[in-house]
Design a protein around this ligand. Structure first.
Ligand SMILES: [Zn+2]
Length: 372
C-alpha cells in the first residue's frame, strides 16, 4: 500500500532531530517553509534558553480579522536513549515508529495537512498555526510566547485553540496544573563534636511531621479532591535538601520542597495559606508559585466543535500537563490529537497510522465548521 501524505510528512519530521536541549532551529525552518508555501503570514520569535541555546517560536496566520482557530504544537521532543536512535522512522503492524511519532511530530503533520489548501478569501475567520520550543522543558517556549508583548497587545490572536497533544483523538477539556512551595530552615554549621552547631535538619523536623500528617488528611478529605480527575487527589509530595551536609557537621540549611497538582475547587489557596502559616510559625523562609489547572467549560464552543468533528459524545480529563496551561488566559482550548500518551517519551515511540490519518479530517472539519 502506498504511503499517505501525513505519514510521509511525519517521517520527514522524525528525521529532523529536535531534542529540547539541542534546539529546534532546523525543524522550525522546515515548518516555516511549509506554512509559507500555504500562503500563511509568518512571525518568528527567538529566545535563549537557560544554557544559552537559541530557541524558536513560530506564529503563522492565514486570513483577516479577529478571533479564529489556532493549532498549537511544540516542535521539540524528549531525548532518544543509548540503545534506541529514534530518528530513522519505520513502519510495522500499521504503526509508525520514531522519536516524536506521537509527541508530537505526527500531530504536527496532521495539523499542517488540515490547513493545506485553505484560501484567505474563503475564510470568515483566520486560521493560525503556532509552533513553540521546549514544551518538554517546563513549557518554556509557550511561556516566552505568552510574555511577548507583541502577541498579547495585538488583536491578532485566535479565540479558539487546539493543542495537538496525543489524546487518542478524544477531546480533552481539563488537566491538572502544578504548585511548588519551598520552606527553608536556617541553622548553624559546626563540627558535631563541639555542640556549637545548630542543625537545620532537627529544626525543620517538627514541621515535616506536620506535613506528613497533612498528607494523610489530603488522601481522605474530599474537600481537597476533584472527582473529574483520576486520581481525584492532588499528589502532595515532599523532597528534602540539606545541601550535602557531611555526617559530622550540623546542617546550616535545610529545605523542604513541597508540591502538589492544582485542580478547580480543590481548596488550593487554603492549602498554601495553611502551609505558609505553619512555616512562618517556626520562623522559616517560605516561597510558593504555581499554575492553575487547564480547564475549559464542557459546554464551550471549542469543546462542542471538537466533539462534532470526532463524533465523540463526551470530552475527558487527562493527568498530564500541556502548553494549554500557559495559553489559557488568552483563548478557549481543547487538547486533541492522534496517538496514545503512554507511547510518548518511551523507547520505540509510535503512532497508530489509521488514527493519525483520521486526525487530519478531524482538524479539517473543525476549520470548516468554525472558519469557513
Ligand atoms: Zn507533547
Amino acid at each position: 500500500m502506498s504511503k499517505s501524505e501525513v505519514i510521509k510528512l511525519t517521517e520527514e519530521f522524525i528525521k529532523i532531530p529536535s531534542v529540547s536541549k539541542d534546539g529546534n532551529e532546523a525543524i522550525t525552518d522546515k515548518l516555516e517553509e511549509i506554512v509559507k508555501s500555504f500562503n500563511f503570514v509568518c512571525e518568528r520569535y527567538s529566545f535563549k534558553d537557560r544554557f544559552g541555546t537559541t530557541k524558536h517560536n513560530l506564529i503563522a496566520k492565514l486570513g483577516e480579522g479577529k478571533g479564529g482557530l489556532g493549532f498549537f504544537v511544540h516542535s521539540d521532543t524528549v531525548p532518544v536513549s543509548d540503545d534506541w536512535q529514534g530518528f530513522e522512522p519505520r513502519i510495522e503492524d500499521n504503526k509508525l515508529f520514531g522519536r516524536g511519532a506521537c509527541d508530537m511530530k505526527g500531530p504536527i503533520a496532521a495539523a499542517l495537512l488540515a490547513i493545506k489548501g485553505l484560501k484567505a478569501k474563503d475564510l470568515k475567520k483566520p486560521v493560525y498555526f503556532v509552533a513553540v520550543a521546549d514544551e518538554e522543558w517546563g513549557l518554556q517556549g509557550a511561556k516566552q510566547l505568552s510574555r511577548s508583548k507583541n502577541m498579547l497587545t495585538s488583536n491578532s490572536w485566535p479565540d479558539m485553540g487546539v493543542v495537538t497533544e496525543p489524546t487518542g483523538l478524544i477531546p480533552v477539556y481539563a488537566h491538572k496544573g502544578a504548585y511548588q512551595i519551598e520552606v527553608t530552615a536556617h541553622g548553624r554549621a559546626a563540627h558535631s563534636s563541639t555542640d556549637l552547631g545548630k542543625s537545620a535538619n532537627f529544626m525543620i523536623a517538627p514541621f515535616l511531621a506536620e506535613m506528613a500528617e497533612l498528607r494523610e488528611k489530603l488522601m481522605v478529605d474530599e474537600s481537597y479532591m476533584n472527582h473529574e480527575f483520576t486520581p481525584a487527589t492532588n499528589g502532595f509530595n515532599l523532597i528534602l535538601n540539606d545541601y550535602k551536609t557531611a555526617h559530622n557537621v550540623t546542617a546550616a540549611k535545610s529545605t523542604a520542597a513541597l508540591n502538589f497538582r492544582t485542580m478547580p475547587n480543590s481548596r488550593e489557596k487554603d492549602l498554601v495559606d495553611y502551609i505558609e502559616e505553619r512555616a512562618k510559625s517556626y520562623g522559616f523562609d517560605f516561597s510558593g508559585s504555581g499554575v492553575a489547572a487547564f480547564y475549559t467549560d464542557k459546554n464551550s464552543e471549542v469543546i462542542k466543535l471538537a466533539l462534532a468533528a470526532t463524533g465523540e459524545k463526551e470530552a475527558m480529563t487527562v493527568p498530564y500537563g500541556t502548553d494549554a496551561l500557559i495559553y489559557q488566559p488568552f483563548l478557549d482550548q481543547v487538547v486533541l490529537g492522534a496517538g496514545n500518551i503512554e507511547q510518548a517519551h518511551t523507547v520505540d515511540e509510535y503512532i497508530d497510522i489509521a488514527e493519525l490519518e483520521r486526525s487530519v479530517g478531524v482538524y479539517r472539519q473543525m476549520i470548516e465548521d468554525y472558519c469557513l
